[in-house]
Design a protein around this ligand. Structure first.
Ligand code: ATP
Ligand code: MG
Length: 660
């Protein structure tokens, strides 16, 4: 037996050694499912399978990177060929960059992030003459995404609408889709849909990828949606070598269209599957697992499974109540400060987990006040920053001239004498004559009146874009220099100084630009064939991580993250906050059906099972909302996870506190 197999338990080893055919590992949290996939990949390679013939799909790009590193270590360092480990989205981007022309899109298609999508949604609503108050861009996008993931398109959506609002949305959907396609753009959902389409319409393309990926593995399979399922199904149809691992108790993306039936009916979908179950939890202490088990037992119709921990801890689960959310933040952070500063606990061992995006705010304030470095994961803040969006817009236009959303964002930023009125005239003309916006200034001047200065400004801007477009394309190993030169040429620093009066602010914003340039340099040095498209793909898919080396992101920082993004991860110490009705379970689920509450319960289960040695579970007795402070109701999950004796004790203590 090779050395690495000896660090697996017998059922894990069984799974790792199944080479061919469908394989399902269905098991509870922390039982080593991800470990099985990682070791199996190493084992396949050891048995002579070429790394690039194995496709492993993970839930996040971060997980993909970690798995790659682990495999390398298992195989003793050097790998000539890198195994293909990626998320569904990255996989689709890789395929589409090669093949999308088949579908009538340009190879240089732009990936629309949430901000771009919102602009596109706003335009679509405006085109349909709908006021923001009738339908908000965000709501439109949610509906569109739901339709897309259900396999619907602008033609079929109107039939599905159940009320006026949805009908309007269906109309706007068509507009939205036409607009982004005309701009050569695709949104995140399109990445999946177009790939499925591609495989359906072009069997020879599908066959190429079936040949390429002889072995397919998928982590967190309980959260695959219908589109992803179809993608996998067609990809493995030929060789039938599919290994999936997951836990139905951790299915937490139902609201986004994930269907737990994919994992529960795996044996029907893929007849003859080997099924392996794992029972031993290697992550948490006995007490932590007891809490998680008691809680999740309250879900109906689940696939009952045994989950046994073997590690004993002391004082490893604490349930706490604080007078308010600011007290909750202060006490938790004070404890963290003590541990980090006086007990040598590495900050990266600690995570604060929460349900909603409003919750981390007081914690961030406290952490900053006490000078404890932290990393807010999944926070939108990075891309919401104006200067990042600006730089990205420039880069996107260099790649794809048709990208109108980006063009309109920066056409006059920094100001260069192209007024809103000019832009409107140009746009009208461009649409009517099907011409590029920047290419029709002369004609507009002749027909519609445009000042000489405006025409000159447009021409100059057009030349600027051309110059840098060529520079980025021809010198992909010098992109960082090109970007530096561009920012200098447009004098972006002055723009920052104009926007932000405080010097501290200005400094911070300029540092962010340096960060992008550094990230670009790191990218172009690392890749064997760097390109602007490759860089932008990475940024669209990885977000802020693309600008930070992994070590820098995590080193000595406390992690703040939502329960959704904590899936699959583990931390020695976890603070699970806000166990209140309305937060966890979320208020939307309370008003909805029982399924929604069950999903919230699974979310809490995911949270608890992230903790290796210690978990603090807390709630605030009062919480301010819209400026008003009111009493909260303890989460039903608190009662469910505790023993009867513990619940009684909690009630007693609360009464005593009340009496004082
Ligand atoms: P989740 O359901 O949260 O995704 P998982 O089932 O994927 O969890 P892993 O993350 O693979 O579990 O493993 C949990 C922890 O247990 C990891 O730290 C892993 O290294 C450790 N572990 C798994 N199997 C073994 C084993 N056989 N011996 C020792 N440690 C193990
Ligand atoms: Mg896992």
């Amino acid at each position: 037996m090779s050395a690495h197999l000896s660090s697996l338990n017998p059922p894990q080893r069984d799974a790792v050694l199944v080479k061919e055919g469908p394989l399902l590992v269905l098991a509870g949290a922390g039982t080593g499912k991800t470990r099985v996939i990682t070791y199996r990949m190493a084992e396949l390679i050891r048995q002579g399978v070429s790394p690039d013939q194995i496709l492993s799909v993970t839930f996040t790009n971060k997980a993909a990177k970690e798995m790659g590193e682990r495999t390398k270590v298992l195989l003793g360092g050097n790998l000539r060929v890198r195994p293909f480990i990626s998320t569904f989205h990255s996989l689709c981007v890789r395929i589409l960059r090669q093949e999308i022309e088949n579908l009538g899109y340009p190879k240089t298609f732009a990936i629309y992030d949430r901000g771009d999508q919102e602009s596109a949604a706003r335009t679509a609503l405006r085109d349909c003459r709908m006021a923001d108050s009738t339908l908000r861009p965000g709501d439109l996008l949610n509906l569109i995404s739901r339709w897309k993931m259900a396999g619907e398109n602008p033609r079929t959506a109107p039939d599905l609408a159940t009320n006026d609002k949805e009908f309007l949305a269906a109309v706007a959907f068509r507009r939205y889709q036409n607009n982004i396609k005309a701009s050569g753009g695709v949104d995140f959902d399109d990445l999946l849909l177009l790939t499925v389409d591609l495989f359906k319409q072009f069997p020879e393309v599908l066959e190429k990828y079936q040949e390429k990926f002889q072995y397919v593995q998928i982590d967190e399979y309980q959260d695959t949606n219908g589109v992803q399922f179809n993608l996998i199904k067609s990809l493995v149809a030929k060789h039938n070598n599919l290994c999936v691992v997951g836990d139905d108790d951790q299915s937490i993306y139902g609201w986004r269209g994930a269907e737990v039936t994919h994992i529960l009916n795996f044996q029907q979908h893929f007849p003859g599957a080997t099924v392996v179950r794992l029972q031993d939890n290697y992550r948490c202490t006995v007490n932590i697992i007891d809490h998680a088990n008691r809680l999740v037992k309250h879900n109906k119709g689940r696939h009952d499974k045994t989950l046994i921990a073997h590690k004993y801890g002391e004082d490893d689960v604490r349930i706490r109540e604080y007078p308010s959310e600011t007290d909750e933040a202060e006490c938790v952070v004070r404890e963290i400060e003590y541990l980090v500063n006086y007990k040598n606990v590495p900050a990266e061992d600690i995570a604060i987990l929460f349900r909603t995006n409003e919750q981390p705010r007081p914690f961030e304030t406290e952490l900053r006040r006490r000078n404890i470095p932290y990393n807010l994961v999944g926070g939108q803040s990075f891309f919401d920053r104006r200067e990042i969006r600006d730089v990205m817009s420039y880069l996107k236009i260099f790649l794809n001239q048709k990208d109108e959303v980006s063009l309109l964002r920066i056409i006059n930023r920094p100001t260069r004498g192209i007024s809103t009125a000019t832009v409107e005239k140009l746009m009208k003309h461009a649409v009517a004559h099907k011409k590029p916006i920047l290419g029709c200034a002369e004609e507009v001047a002749a027909s519609d009146g445009l000042s000489k200065a405006a025409v000159a400004a447009v021409g100059q801007f057009d030349r600027l874009l051309k110059k840098y477009r060529e520079r980025f394309a021809s010198q992909p190993r010098e992109m960082d220099r090109a970007l530096t030169a561009l920012l200098e040429e447009i004098d972006y620093n002055s723009e920052i100084e104009k926007q932000y009066k405080e010097s501290q602010q200005q400094l911070m914003r300029k540092e962010v630009l340096d960060q992008i340039i550094a990230g670009m340099k790191e990218y172009q040095n690392r890749e064997s064939e760097p390109s602007l498209a490759g860089f932008l793909d990475e940024v669209s898919l990885d977000g802020e991580d693309a600008f930070n080396e992994k070590e820098k992101v995590e080193a000595h920082k406390v992690t703040l993250m939502t329960l959704h993004s904590a899936k699959g991860l583990e931390f020695p110490r976890v603070y699970l906050i806000g166990l209140e009705e309305g937060l966890l379970p979320h208020k939307r689920s309370i008003d909805a059906d029982n399924d929604a509450i069950q999903e919230e319960r699974r979310l809490a289960y995911v949270g608890i099972t992230r903790a290796k040695d210690y978990i603090s579970i807390s709630r605030a007795v009062t919480r301010a909302k819209y400026g008003k402070r009111s009493r909260t109701i303890p989460s039903r999950f608190l009662h469910e996870m505790l023993t009867d004796a513990a619940v009684e004790k909690m009630i007693e203590e609360a009464e005593e506190a009340e009496a004082e």
